[in-house]
Structure formats: C-alpha cells, structure tokens
Design a protein around this ligand. Structure first.
Ligand code: DCP
Length: 253
C-alpha cells in the first residue's frame, strides 16, 4: 500500500507538507531581515514568513508582577546570562520553526515556501559560538548546549532541515548605523567590534563555509547571497531585483 492508501487524508496531508520548502533568512543584527521578510510576505501568498520571537525574550514570564527582559539582561551581563539567553532563544525558535504551515500553503499551486527569520543553526553557529569565543559561555556550558541542541535537531529530523538559506550581507559599519537608527533600547551598548565578530561568523559559515558543522545536511544547503548594503527599504528597483533572485532561488532548490 502507498502512504496515501494507508493513511488516506493524513497521508495526503503529509505529502503536501513535504512539498513545502523551508528557508531561513540570515545576516547581521539590524541588517534588515525584518524589512526583507515583510517584502517577501507581500510578494507572494505562497510564501509564509515566520517572524523571530524577539518579544518573547524581552518579556519572560517569571510569575512575578513584572516580566523579565532577558535580552537586556544578556547585554548588560553576558557572563551571567549568555547561556540562559541562548537556551531560551533557541527553545522559542524551535517552537516557531516547528509550527505547521497554514492551510493555504498546503493548497498552493506554485512552490510553497516557509521562510524563517534566522534558525536554530544561526543561534548555535553565530551567537552561541561567538559567546564561547568571548568567554561568556564556559566550556561546560558549551558542551551542555551542543549536547541538547544536537539531540533536539536530530530528533526532529526533517522538520528542522532547511532547503535553502538567504544571506543578507552588508558591512558591519552599515549594520551599526541601522542599529543606531532603529534604537532598540537593549542594544544601545552594542559596539561595532561586536558586529564585526558576528559578520566574520556569518562569512565563515555562509560564504567560506569553513565553520565546523555538526549536521551533514546543513553542509550542503544552497545559499543565496544578497547585497543588503543598499537601502532596499526605500528602493523599489532593488526590491524587484531581490524578488526575482529569490523566486529563481526558490525554484532551484
Ligand atoms: N540575538 C542573540 N542571540 C541569538 C539571537 C538573537 O543575541 N541567538 C540578539 C541579537 C539582537 C536581537 O537578539 O540584539 C535580535 O537579533 P536579530 O539579528 O536576529 O534580529 P534583528 O531584529 O536585529 O534583525 P533585522 O534588524 O535584520 O530585522
């Protein structure tokens, strides 16, 4: 019996879900991932964009009268809070990355795509790893992190795999300017040097592909690099060009 004959509608549904491609948007802090995500959202109803759960990190329910801002705590005292923050941000991301796609994607005629702002992979290979290099996550904490991270990613298997990555690339100086302009309170102390480190991590992972990755599938994921140094939020020509490149990329993966 084929899967469909065996499981009827459920089999059909699994088949439809498996047809959906899964892509993450990666890039430095403030490079413009959310702006780009909005652009994709408006470009096709066959693309679903899942936002990053930042607000959850800013309001952790501690059952006290006021919620705790873990993002702020992490920036103010990384030595104390980096591991806790990285655990929580990755857990909240797991939840969003595992969300079932909306019905309309299952019925899409063209290529249905679920797009995520960042992934459990950048959590580990960009941010957590950077905190290890900075000495804010200890070797014991890093061993524990890698252990549960590998276990969870392997347990969820295909549901967390990506078919593609879009890398929004811009010089750290530009990201630093954009970061200042948007003025998120918690990020006021973020220095250019920090963004330079994150930039190098992105380049090693997505351009030179020299970061040591634990996951075989991740080593082979196709990457589309887009030049995000232009102010694309205001430029409809660049937006059209981006959409064209993204459409071709989605069709090729
Ligand atoms: N962050 C972190 N560790 C992670 C994920 C995020 O320290 N594993 C921090 C970095 C930022 C904030 O959380 O201060 C949000 O990070 P992103 O770069 O993912 O999102 P932005 O909102 O900065 O992206 P953009 O401006 O490109 O839309």
């Amino acid at each position: 019996l084929s899967t469909d004959e065996k499981y009827g509608n459920a089999g059909q549904q699994m088949h439809e879900v498996n047809r959906i491609k899964r892509v993450s948007i990666e890039g430095n802090i403030a490079v413009g991932k959310s702006t780009f995500a909005k652009l994709l959202r408006s470009a096709s109803k066959d693309w679903e964009v899942v936002p990053e759960p930042v607000t959850k990190w800013q309001k952790v329910d501690t059952s006290q009268q006021s919620a705790s801002n873990l993002l702020d705590m992490m920036y103010k005292d990384p030595q104390r809070w980096a591991y806790t923050f990285q655990t929580f941000s990755c857990m909240t991301r797991l939840r969003t990355q595992l969300q079932l796609p909306p019905q309309r994607l299952l019925r899409a005629r063209a290529t249905p795509v679920q797009v995520f702002e960042r992934s459990v992979y950048s959590d580990r290979y960009i941010f957590a790893l950077n905190m290890v290099h900075l000495g804010c996550i200890s070797s014991v904490e890093w061993a524990v992190y890698q252990d549960w991270h590998s276990f969870l990613v392997e347990q969820f298997g295909r549901r967390l795999e990506l078919e593609g990555i879009i890398y929004l690339k811009a010089p750290p100086e530009i990201c630093h300017k954009r970061l200042g302009r948007r003025g998120r309170d918690e990020e006021k102390g973020v220095e250019l040097a920090y963004l330079e480190r994150l930039h190098t991590q992105h380049e090693n992972w997505l351009v030179h592909r020299s970061t040591e990755l634990h996951f075989e599938q991740l080593k082979r994921v196709p990457v589309l690099v887009l030049d995000a140094s232009v102010e694309f939020a205001e430029d409809s020509d660049v937006q059209k060009e981006f959409i064209m490149q993204v459409t071709n990329f989605f069709n090729s993966i």
